[in-house]
Design a protein around this ligand. Sequence first.
Ligand SMILES: *Cc1c(COP(=O)(O)O)cnc(C)c1O
Length: 373
Amino acid sequence: MDEQAFAALAQPGIRGLRAYDPGLDLVALRRAHAAGALVELGSNENSHGPSPAARAAMLAAVDTLYRYPDPLGGDLKRALAARHGLPVERFLLGNGSHELLMMLAQVFAGPRLEVLASRYGFAVYALAAQAAGATLRLAETFPPDHAMPRGHDLQALAAAVGPATRLVYLANPNNPTGTWFSSAEFAAFLAALPPTVLVVVDEAYLEYVTDPALVSATALLDRHPNLVVTRTFSKAYGLAGLRVGYLMAAPGLVAVMERARESFNVNGPGLAACEAALGDQEHLAKVCRGNADERQALADALRARELAVAPSQTNFLLVDFGRDAAPIEAGLVARGVVPRPMGGYGLPNCLRLTVGVRDENRRLLQALDEVLA
Ligand SMILES: *Cc1c(COP(=O)(O)O)cnc(C)c1O
C-alpha cells in the first residue's frame, strides 16, 4: 500500500493535509559552511541565545534523564503564575505553543464547526483547523497600501464570525507580517463576540513589543472566559530547541484541555531551563533592547535601499521586493544567508528576515547588496 492508499484510511481532516515542508535543507547547508559562517535568518530564532542560568539548569537536569519529568510541570507553572500574577489553575504547558494551538482545535473544533483566522496569519492555525476536520474561514486583511499592510483587520474578523464559529486564532504581533493591533482595539473586538466563540491570541512575540499601545491580552482574562492567550519560550527566551510553550485561560477551559494532554508532553530539561530563564528577566530585557535597536537599524537600512518593509513589533521584518523574490532568496542562500520565502503564505514577492545580532544583519545587507546589484 502506498501513501495514497493509506490516506484513504485516514480521517477526513488528515486526508487534505500535506506534511510540513521545511523549504530548504538547513542541515545540508550547515554542513557545507564552516561553524558560524551560515547566517540563519529564516525561523525568527534568537541569536542572542538563552540566559546562562537556563543552560546551567538544563545541564543539571540531564543527571535525571532516566526519570520521567513532572507530569504537571508544577515548578514551572508556579514560576509562570508568579511572573504573570495569575493563579496556577490558569496555565497549561505545551511541547512548544504549536502543540497547544493544535490541541485547542482538537478539543474545541471539529466537523460542522468553523475556525476563523486571517489571511497572512500563522500557518499553524489552518493546519490545526484542518487536522480537526473543522471548516477554516479566512478573513481578509488590510491592503498593502494601508498604514498596517496585511495586518489583522479586526473588523473583517468580527464580520466573519457566524453561528458555526467556535474558534478564532490571531497573533499579536502577527507572524509573518510583524504587524500588530492595539490592546484597546482588541478589547473592543473581544467584547463584541458571543462568549461561546473562543478567541486564541498567540503572543509568541509579545516580549519584543515596544509600542506602549500594546500590552498582553492576559489583562482581559478575568473579564472574558472565552479568551486564550498563548506564549512561548522559543523566541525572546531563546529556547526554541527545547520546545516549551504555555497558555493562559479560564481554569475550566484548562481543565478540559488537560483531558487531551499527553501526560509527559514537556521534557525535564525543558521544564528546568524555562523556570531558570523566567528567573533571569535581566537577560530577557537585554535581548529585547538589542532586538529593538537592531530592528530599527535594519528596517532603516532596508528602506534606504528603497525596499518596502512592513512595520514590525517582533524580531523579524517582512520585506516586499515588488517582484518574484525567489531569485533573491537563491542569491542570499548562495552567499550563506538564509531568509524565509513567503510563497507558501501567498506573498511570493516577499521574504521574511529575522532580525539578527549586528554582525548577522551586516552580513545580510552585504549579501543583499550583491544580489540586488
Ligand atoms: C514561532 C511562533 C510560535 C512558537 O511556536 P513554538 O511551538 O512555541 O516554538 C507560535 N506562534 C507564532 C505566531 C510563531 O511565530
